[in-house]
Design a protein around this ligand. Structure first.
Ligand code: FCB
Length: 440
């Protein structure tokens, strides 16, 4: 790696991120069914119909994984708790074994000197809640606040930071409008409801955690740099709309207590009753903001119904996901978030990394592409810091190769290779390079 800790502010934190359904093995430990189990069981939704039933078997290999984390010299670990593991029906009865698991995880991190950064929802909704409307139902804000309390009464005294929901855009738009993730809906009305309720649930969860006396609470959103595919006026407008739906809707609601006008105009007929009164909850003060960033998109206009746009393939080098590598976008979003929304709050890059067609050969994985990707994005972070943006930390996605949702187990994002037959872990060259750069 072409950097060391000295290139960053003194307290800058380096971490790695994972999520529950992608690594734990959802069939173990009394977890309830989730809408990702249902989505994956429906033909055509996921590559080879793969699901998170076993995943990386982190549920049984937690100690080994935490040792790997510790040996990588990371300061902080961003993990998620699974709603259906803790409350199999989403409401009511608590699965004691599930809570115990997260309790051991937090203690295991603290024993190793790693800060626990918890996220309460990283996409697997208990099926029982999907049955009653899931994110379309306004009551989800109350259910989520209750679940928040159940989890945080147990671990809230020891987590270093907490965030309610990972990537509201994916929860709402990707899953209810584009239909690519569970529950796989393609419905503007469902999507609009989800776009609002996910924010309301975020706010109620923050309030619940404040009520427990917790501090260092944040929000984690994802961002894709949207550039017009050509110089024409129509593409410029389409790119701006894409940016509004994807990058501004959530930040704008949480930090400025309003929705971007050009998006709201189209969604207005589908908004749930009384939405205008919800901004005090949605805008409940947070202590930091997390940005997940991977790529940019080139956008052009089309004649279809609103939003009337589509993606165009770009010319830049791409990752295994087919995503263009564009670190400048990260710098752009750090600056814009600071200037237009968070105004001085600490920012974290809560996810960044790349999938690569890594091959295990003679006990080693050479992944110079990943090291270069991380270096280039950390350089973008340094430029933002140089321009006065208070960036306080950076997390690589991900610690382990894992279940990449609808793309199954093919896309390898890990710093650590996982053989999905034997479940053997092998740290890749990028892991070793980071461990050296982060050594104290
Ligand atoms: C993010 C998700 C994470 C993983 C990465 C590649 O959007 O938060 O679970 O899928 O993308």
């Amino acid at each position: 790696m072409t950097f060391s800790r000295d290139d960053f502010p003194k307290d800058f934190l380096f971490g790695v991120a994972t999520s529950a359904y992608q690594i734990e093995g959802h069939q173990f430990g009394g977890a309830g069914r989730s809408h990702w189990d249902d989505f994956a069981a429906t033909p055509g939704n996921v590559v080879r119909g793969e699901n998170g039933a076993r995943a990386c078997d982190h549920y049984h290999r937690m100690d080994e994984d935490l040792d790997i984390l510790k040996a990588g010299n990371f300061d902080v670990y961003r993990f998620s708790t699974s709603w259906a593991r803790v409350m199999p029906e989403g409401r009511g009865a608590v699965n004691a074994e599930g809570l115990d698991f997260y309790d051991r995880l937090v203690d295991g991190l603290l024993e190793r000197g790693v800060k626990p950064a918890a996220t309460l929802y990283h996409w697997e909704l208990p099926s029982a809640l999907q049955d009653v409307g899931g994110w379309r139902n306004r009551d989800i804000a109350d259910w989520f606040a209750d679940y928040t309390e159940v989890v945080m009464r147990r671990i809230g005294d020891r987590v270093w930071s907490a965030a309610p929901i990972n990537e509201p855009w994916c929860v709402a738009w990707l899953s209810h409008f584009l239909g690519h993730h569970a529950p796989g809906l393609r419905d503007i009305r469902a999507a609009t409801r989800a776009m609002h309720h996910v924010l309301l649930a975020h706010g109620r969860s923050i309030q619940a955690m404040r009520g427990l006396g917790m501090q260092n609470l944040g929000a984690v959103c994802n961002f894709e740099h949207a550039a017009p595919a050509d110089g024409g006026e129509a593409s410029g407008k389409a790119a701006r709309l894409y940016d509004g739906i994807y990058n501004r809707w959530f930040l704008s609601a949480m930090f400025n207590k309003e929705y971007p006008a050009e998006v709201l105009e189209a969604l207005l007929p589908h908004m749930p009753k009384g939405w205008e009164q919800d901004f005090e909850v949605i805008g409940a003060p947070v202590d930091w903001c997390g940005l997940n960033y991977y790529t940019r998109k080139l956008i052009a206009a089309d004649d279809g119904p609103w939003p009337g746009l589509h993606e165009v393939e770009g010319p830049l080098p791409k990752t295994q996901m087919g995503w263009e590598i564009y670190p400048e976008g990260l710098e752009f979003f750090l600056k814009r978030t600071h200037e237009g929304y968070t105004r001085g709050l600490p920012l974290y890059v809560t996810e960044n990394g790349m999938a690569n067609a890594d091959v295990l050969r003679a006990g080693e994985v050479q992944d110079p592409e990943r090291s270069r990707y991380i270096e280039a994005h950390l350089a973008a972070v340094r430029r933002a810091i140089g321009a006065g943006v208070p960036v306080a930390g950076y997390y690589v996605w991900s610690l382990l190769d894992n279940y990449e949702w609808s793309l199954g187990y093919d896309k390898r994002f890990g710093l650590v290779h996982v053989d999905f037959q034997s479940l053997q872990r092998t740290p890749k060259a990028s892991y070793h390079a980071l461990a050296r750069a982060l050594a104290r």
